[in-house]
Design a protein around this ligand. Structure first.
Ligand SMILES: NC(=O)c1ccc[n+]([C@@H]2O[C@H](COP(=O)([O-])OP(=O)(O)OC[C@H]3O[C@@H](n4cnc5c(N)ncnc54)[C@H](O)[C@@H]3O)[C@@H](O)[C@H]2O)c1
Length: 314
């Protein structure tokens, strides 16, 4: 991202900050993120710390007048999220949310085609989103749970791809991959069905363990046709022999699959900061996806469809 320069990195685990600093040629490493906020030479911050720190760091950054990019989710608690959003609005700084999949070339293309009417009226959306392996239990415990941590990307994709809001969420979910995840009060396998405003239906399926790589596919079906992407692989060479046809697994995980999207995302943030233009994905998107995650968690707990209006006052 040539228009920006990484001035400093903060992590309470100082050796981690120093290691990253050395790797990326960042001139300064500190254990306290507030050192960055006090530095008048720093225009913008990227908040990529653990989820349970976002609310505090984003609030402090807004009070310090820094432009903010924040990884998803903004917070696990809706009321606290609303307080953070109010603080950001009061401070007048930008807040861009890290919904990186919007910047993926395949998904951006599908969005454009849906919006241009290429498949008529959208009626069905399918999202398959399966991680190669579950995260550590330490991560699971502070993540906010599968719906807030993982499905939140799919909730954002659902709104993005159809350009419509979701009215109702219904969930079937379990801990089928690792009972310890169930023991921590979370699930690792889920099917989420959606009802959109305007009448379209959606289905998201998630797993924390896909042995053939990071499975990232979407399909939008409409009155005039269908749009779908394929998984990305290191190469597309197919080897055929007596046993059958063989190819590469899907790319391993998000750092490989979405490398281009992360770059495009940060370029977009930097451009908005420099040009003073609105961010393409901001606080209302953070809130809408979090509300869907809340509705999903309630649907799972209460084993019934949950209307978004039950969860959101907006
Ligand atoms: N958009 C995406 O594709 C994507 C992918 C992975 C993770 N994430 C999000 O990124 C965030 C981090 O995830 P991760 O997997 O890197 O977690 P992690 O637990 O591996 O790393 C978090 C880091 O934050 C540091 N940290 C904790 N408190 C801090 C503070 N106050 N100031 C600065 N640093 C602090 C920790 O020491 C650690 O180094 C999470 O919110 C997660 O939801 C987004």
């Amino acid at each position: 991202v040539p228009a920006a320069r990484l001035a400093a990195v903060a992590d309470p685990v100082l050796p981690a900050a120093e290691r990253l600093g050395a790797e990326l040629g960042i001139p300064r490493a500190t254990a306290d993120y507030r050192d960055l906020l006090r530095d008048p030479g720093i225009d913008a911050v990227l908040v990529c710390s653990s989820t349970d720190t976002h609310a505090e760091v984003v609030t402090q950054a807004a009070l310090a007048g820094k432009q903010i990019f924040c990884e998803k989710p903004l917070d696990k608690d809706l009321e606290r999220m609303d307080r953070v959003i109010e603080e950001v609005e009061r401070s007048g700084v930008k807040l861009m949310m890290g919904f990186n999949r919007r910047f993926d070339a395949d998904f951006a293309r599908i969005r454009e085609q849906v919006a241009s009417g290429a498949i008529g009226t959208p009626e069905l959306l399918r999202i398959t989103s399966r991680d190669p392996a579950p995260p550590s239990l330490a991560y699971v415990r502070v993540s906010g749970g599968l719906f807030m941590d993982m499905t939140i990307h799919d909730f954002d994709m659902a709104r993005f791809l159809l350009g419509r809001e979701v009215l109702e969420v219904s969930v079937a979910a379990d801990a089928l991959v690792d009972p310890a995840i169930g023991g921590a009060g979370d699930v690792d396998t889920a099917i989420v069905t959606l009802r959109f405003s305007g009448g379209a239906l959606g289905a998201i399926d998630n797993s924390r363990r896909s042995v053939y790589g990071y499975d990232q596919r979407v399909e939008v079906f409409g009155s005039g046709g269908m749009l779908a992407n394929r998984n990305h692989r290191a190469h597309t060479v197919e080897h055929a022999d007596r046993e059958g046809f063989h190819g590469d697994p899907a790319l391993d995980f998000f750092m490989q699959r979405y490398a281009q999207a992360y770059t495009a995302e940060i370029r977009s943030f930097v451009e908005c900061v420099i040009e003073g233009t609105p961010v393409p994905v901001g606080a209302p998107d953070a809130r809408a996806a979090a509300v869907m995650a809340y509705a999903a968690a309630r649907s799972h707990r209460e084993r019934r469809p949950v209307a978004i209006s039950e969860v959101s006052r907006a």
